[in-house]
Design a protein around this ligand. Structure first.
Ligand SMILES: Cc1ncc(COP(=O)(O)O)c(C=O)c1O
Length: 395
């Protein structure tokens, strides 16, 4: 396996211009937005450089060679048979979800189900289609699983669509095949289209099982759409290329109503990068090895310095849901950790119901960043610890 390179923080701060490095003052250690600190995958750099050098920088008319490349990747990774004719482009995953919602739901007042804690922009997407959110929170006591009983209740009351996040951001959990089968059965019974965001799936950890929703949806006769890209697993957000896969004929028909512009706005450089990414395994596996080592490191460092913290071990991706409800930092620990501790995480409450007292940690970084982040958390928590706990922690 190839060695993953990670640039030192001081260089990242001067050489990178994204939110991660520009949003906060330079003394704030950034472990928030989902961007990686890793050096890029060489094969992707080569593919994009070649396209640029040959002037292949025009508009796209459709997914072209990306469609069979993804079909091959999905078959190899998860045994999912994708029909390449049912793949459509979008600039990014969030636009893919919004544009799909637009063709499915009424122009105003759609009721869209979300299962918080969930990727915060899902709430904005529902707003973009002038709909309203129907929350069905995950069940923390059952490993952050889908609440199937409550889903059935809201489906029966009448909803227009559901946004599924699998693997779920921020918990990092891959929903079990059993719960996805049950969801597909409910969606079929109440005729609820399901849009499944599976962008973190290519980074499923070696001991986890990721189940794509589309084959289950097709078997159950549910109208379903999978929206994904290489933007998370290969850190390509800037390159603006994602794809929507229709499961079943009804979904395929509905996607023919996507405006032509949705594909034309997608980046041709992103398309070349995505094809190279789907052909890569070395870089992705090296990134995964670093991420899983970082999860263990975070657990060990927190265990030693912040025993109040409890981490939810992710099945996929590099984002980790950290429970700080016993750390005395209030409902929004990210705010106090940033302002006082000078370390930035995503704020738990922005992920919806169930997020109070949590932060989301980005582990796609150098191990030294994690050690430093825990020191900063510990200094804030220590200062707020009741005396008896402080004495126990010191023993
Ligand atoms: C679940 C999920 N969906 C979508 C996105 C954003 O993807 P894109 O930049 O392709 O819109 C993210 C980014 O972190 C995410 O975690």
């Amino acid at each position: 396996m190839s060695q993953l390179s990670i640039r030192p923080i001081a260089r990242l701060r001067t050489e990178r211009s994204s939110i991660k490095w520009r949003r906060y003052a330079p003394d704030v250690l950034p472990l928030f937005v989902a961007e990686m600190d890793f050096e890029p995958c060489g094969a992707i750099v080569d593919a994009v450089s070649l396209a640029l050098a040959s002037g292949d920088t025009g508009y796209l008319d459709g997914p072209g060679p990306l469609a069979p490349a993804f079909a091959e990747f999905a078959e190899r990774s998860w045994g999912w048979h994708v029909n390449p004719d049912r793949i459509h482009l979008a600039t990014d995953v969030t636009v893919g979800l919004v544009e799909t919602l637009r063709v499915l739901v009424p122009p105003v007042g759609a009721r869209v189900v979300l299962t918080p804690p969930v990727y915060a922009p899902f709430y904005e997407m529902v707003g973009e289609v002038q709909g309203s959110v129907v929350e069905v929170p995950l069940v923390e006591a059952s490993e952050w699983s889908l609440d199937l009983e409550r889903l059935e209740r809201v489906f029966a009351e009448g909803v227009d669509a559901m946004l599924l996040c699998n693997p779920q951001n921020p918990t990092g959990r891959c929903h079990s095949r059993q719960s996805l089968e049950a969801l597909a059965e409910l969606a079929a019974r109440y005729d609820v289209p399901i849009l499944s965001d599976e962008v973190h799936a290519p980074l499923s950890h070696p001991d986890a099982v990721f189940t794509p929703f589309a084959p289950l949806a097709e078997a159950a006769g549910v109208e379903s759409f999978t929206v994904t890209s290489a933007s998370k697993a290969w850190n390509l957000a800037a390159l603006k290329c994602a794809w929507i896969v229709a499961a079943g004929e009804r979904a395929a028909d509905d996607l023919t109503r996507l405006p032509e512009e949705v594909a034309a706005r997608t980046s041709i450089l992103g398309l070349h990068a995505s094809i190279a990414a789907l052909d890569d395994t070395e870089w992705r596996d090296a990134a995964l090895a670093q991420i899983t080592a970082n999860v263990d490191l975070l657990a060990a460092e927190l265990g030693e310095h912040v025993p109040e913290a409890r981490l939810v071990r992710p099945d996929a991706g590099y984002l980790l849901w950290l429970d700080l409800r016993d750390a005395g930092l209030g409902d929004d620990p990210a705010a106090v950790l940033r302002d006082v501790g000078r370390v930035a995480f995503n704020s738990g409450p922005t992920f919806g119901t169930g997020g109070a007292g949590f932060v989301r940690v980005n582990l796609a970084c150098d191990p030294s960043t994690i050690v430093e982040a825990v020191q900063r958390i510990a200094s804030v928590v220590r200062a707020r610890r009741p005396l008896e706990l402080a004495e126990a922690a010191a023993r």
